[in-house]
Write a protein that binds this ligand. Structure first.
Ligand SMILES: Nc1ncnc2c1ncn2[C@@H]1O[C@H](COP(=O)(O)OP(=O)(O)OP(=O)(O)O)[C@@H](O)[C@H]1O
Length: 211
């Protein structure tokens, strides 16, 4: 298997979780899903970002490290494919936006200390969606605490991802813009992703046209 550990990434509301669930069934892969619903700081963060950003980021940091150590590191001996709906660096990107300079300094050190022990995905598929579409998706799913998410926040998170991809040319990242709103359930899109996994990608960021 060329790419055993794969992560689906993308901005808030891009459809990562739905696509990951579909692909994990298709590939019979071990599915690793972000557990954000259990984080009590998330609703608090959206009402008072200045006060709750730091505890939110620290709790995500610990929780995701634990989850990835368990699911990815400890299953390394098995041949099974692993599919996660987030990459280990996701919170680093969010923290770059949500924390102030000094807090981010502390956060980054903690992240480095913990995450150097975790493997990076062999391949990341970044689902790129226009901001308008993200806003519609967020509205449609109707999580009460997400109503304060605006265009500016989504643009900043997107920029965080793109800056990260530019800086980390050692990782393989495929940026894919789906053509239909229903892409996560679309057999053609699934086949397109299957084909992506046949290629020997060089490290770096690749923008891939969906056919
Ligand atoms: N590190 C973080 N800092 C702040 N907020 C975060 C962080 N990680 C996740 N979140 C928030 O948690 C919620 C869930 O994240 P996200 O929308 O990316 O996942 P999702 O709902 O599974 O996405 P998708 O629609 O692509 O499946 C969002 O409100 C997101 O902003």
């Amino acid at each position: 298997m060329k790419y055993r550990y794969i992560a689906i990434e993308g901005n808030i509301g891009a459809g990562k979780t739905t696509l990951s669930k579909q692909l994990s069934k298709r590939w019979d892969a071990r599915l690793v899903l972000e557990q954000f619903e259990d984080n009590p700081f998330l609703p608090a963060f959206y009402t008072n970002p200045e006060k709750y950003a730091f505890p939110l980021e620290m709790s995500f940091l610990a929780e995701r490290f634990q989850q990835l150590s368990r699911e990815v590191q400890q299953t390394e001996l098995f041949a099974e494919r692993i599919l996660a709906d987030y990459a280990p660096y996701k919170s680093l990107i969010f923290a770059g936006r949500t924390l102030d300079h000094a807090e981010y300094g502390v956060y980054k050190r903690m992240h480095q200390l913990l995450y150097t022990n975790l493997p990076n995905p062999d391949l990341v598929i970044y689902i790129h969606q226009p901001i308008e579409r993200l806003l519609l998706n967020i509205e449609k799913r109707g999580r009460a605490y997400e109503t304060t998410i605006d265009r500016k926040y989504l643009e900043e998170i997107e920029k965080g991802y793109f800056d990260f991809f530019r800086a980390r040319q050692d990782l393989i990242t495929l940026v894919v813009t789906p053509q239909s709103d229903n892409y996560a359930f679309d057999g053609n899109f699934h086949r397109f992703v299957d084909e992506l996994l046949e290629w020997n990608w060089s490290p770096g960021r690749h923008v891939v046209e969906v056919d």
